[in-house]
Design a protein around this ligand. Structure first.
Ligand code: FAD
Ligand code: MLT
Ligand code: ZN
Length: 465
């Protein structure tokens, strides 16, 4: 590898602003959102179009320099953080943030378009992009596709994979794969688009996406309710699913996560007078002219005999309830060290895991406290094990923190689940994936990586070894 010759070769091929050398501008992008990993990158490449990305990839292969693609840097698994040894450079897609096309049924967005901006643009054409998550102000569509992100509307609309109608990407050799044509049918072999979704930047660089938009003119209402067990929440979910297809979100929140939000996030207050061991946030929607969603929620909760609930009466109140939910990650980060797991299970097994398996973790590791919150409707909870009192900030990386994660992952595997539901593998879970994944999966992942990245320049050290 020769970084100096790589930069010398690239300089005449790029606009000056596509090559950032100012260390102060690079520094904020070298540490991940959780503050768990910090890398180095001598320069930061910030191309303005696909042609520049293609030149960068070709030069990187020629000079043996690895690239770490980065969008909003909101990865939960250290996926966009370069290695500490200076062996790779950051490739930011943030300047590629144009909407090439938008119409009621679709948008063609460059990789660096921020989710929140896409929401606003969709609204402008009377449509909406049906994927939302707490990092909407920074996460980019390229990052969302590369992690196959989920969020709070998967229950009704599916993950990012279901929103992607086509991918444009730069592959090995600097070759551009153009899948933006909007073909409904295309059976020229396995889908390259689908391979790139969820590949975490290890197979190529996504430069643009054709995305689905759904009709936007709907009314929405949010309810917050208190329950005594996660089993009661699952019963309610099943009942609600049988009664209507208008539920877009069904989020489970334990008392501990709500307490952390109220403690750390300014301007928040408890939604119910009484505290409950578990809480659920439900969002319902109705098209214009049909039963208002608040009335629908009232009817559903009444029939289910839910004793303590509040239904937001205005957009502002909707927002306040959602703010409590979307602030959990930030509050959990402020609360102190914890081993964090983004797991999925067959939905019916989630309540048992949150009670029995959580207790098993606490008994095996005295002083810890285990709990989970999140997307119950998708069988996906963020299962956090808080460190014993007085533990160091980096406890999750200590021998005990790692033993906790291995124990949790083994419980998840025994229950037929996945150790990454929506955040990806990144560098955080790479070794655990190698330890646990069935041989057929590992063999296929490694073979695809070797074939699509023969020079090993795309985000090395992430996802597969
Ligand atoms: P980055 O963090 O920059 O990168 C993520 C990965 O994608 C890295 O491996 C990177 O190398 C790769 N990558 C980025 N751009 C490209 C590209 N153009 N081409 C190829 N590879 C690329 N995730 C969920 O699924 N559901 C949630 O509910 C959720 N909530 C969150 C809440 C908060 C507060 C935060 C901080 C994060 C949350 N996340 C959630 C995680 C995160 O937002 C998602 O993983 C998101 O998809 C990352 O987008 P990004 O643009 O920030 O990507
Ligand atoms: C969420 O659902 O809030 C996120 O996926 C982030 C987290 O794990 O906290
Ligand atoms: Zn989540």
């Amino acid at each position: 590898m020769s970084l100096a010759s790589f930069i010398a070769a690239l300089t005449p091929l790029l606009e000056p602003r596509s090559l950032v050398t100012d260390a102060e501008r690079i520094a904020p992008w070298l540490t991940d959102w959780r503050g768990r990993w910090t890398g180095t990158s001598a320069v930061m490449l910030e191309p303005g179009d696909t042609a520049e990305v293609a030149r960068i990839v070709a030069a990187a292969e020629e000079h043996g320099v690895a690239l770490v693609p980065q969008g909003g840097n909101s990865s939960m698994v250290g996926g966009a953080t370069p290695p500490a040894d200076g062996s790779a450079v950051l490739l930011s897609l943030r300047r590629m943030n144009r909407l090439r096309d938008i119409a009621p049924g679709h948008a063609v967005a460059e990789a660096g378009v921020i989710l929140h901006h896409l929401h606003e643009a969709a609204e402008g054409v009377g449509a909406r992009f049906p994927l939302d998550l707490g990092a909407r102000g920074s996460a980019t569509v390229g990052g969302l596709a590369s992690t196959n992100a989920g969020g709070v509307q998967v229950l009704r609309f599916g993950t990012m994979r279901a929103q992607v109608l086509g991918v444009e990407a730069v592959l090995s050799g600097g070759l551009v794969h153009d899948g933006l044509g909007g073909l409904k049918k295309d059976n020229r072999g396995p889908s390259i688009d689908q391979l790139l979704i969820g590949a975490e930047g290890t197979l190529g660089i996504i430069t643009a996406l054709r995305l689905r938009l759904v009709p936007g003119r709907v009314h929405r209402a949010v309810a917050w309710l208190g329950l005594s067990t996660p089993g009661a929440a699952l019963d309610l979910l099943r009942r609600v699913e049988r009664a209507t297809d208008r539920i877009e979100a069904f989020e489970l929140i334990p008392a501990s996560s709500l307490a952390h939000v109220l403690r750390h996030i300014p301007g928040t207050r408890a939604p119910l007078a009484a505290a409950h061991p578990w809480n659920v946030l439900i969002e319902a929607v109705s098209p214009e002219g049909e039963q208002p969603p608040a009335a629908l929620l009232e009817e559903l909760l009444g029939k289910a005999g839910v004793a303590d609930a509040v239904i937001a009466q205005s957009l502002d109140q909707n927002e306040q309830l959602w703010r409590l939910r979307h602030s959990i990650s930030e509050a959990e980060r402020s609360e102190g060290p914890a081993a964090q797991h983004d797991i999925s299970l067959p939905v019916d097994r989630v309540p048992g895991f949150l009670v029995d398996d959580a207790r098993a973790v606490e008994q095996r590791f005295p002083g810890t406290a285990a709990s989970g919150y999140g997307h119950l409707g998708d069988g996906n909870v963020h299962f956090h094990v808080r460190a014993p009192q007085g533990a160091a900030r980096d406890w999750a990386d200590s021998a005990e923190g790692k033993a906790v994660s291995a124990f949790v992952h083994d419980l998840v595997t025994a229950a037929g689940g996945s150790i990454s539901a929506e955040h990806g593998i990144g560098q955080m879970k790479r070794d655990e994936l190698t330890r646990i994944a069935p041989p057929a999966r590992l063999q296929a992942l490694r073979a695809i990586k070797r074939a699509m990245d023969p020079h090993g320049i795309f985000n090395p050290g992430k996802l597969v070894d």
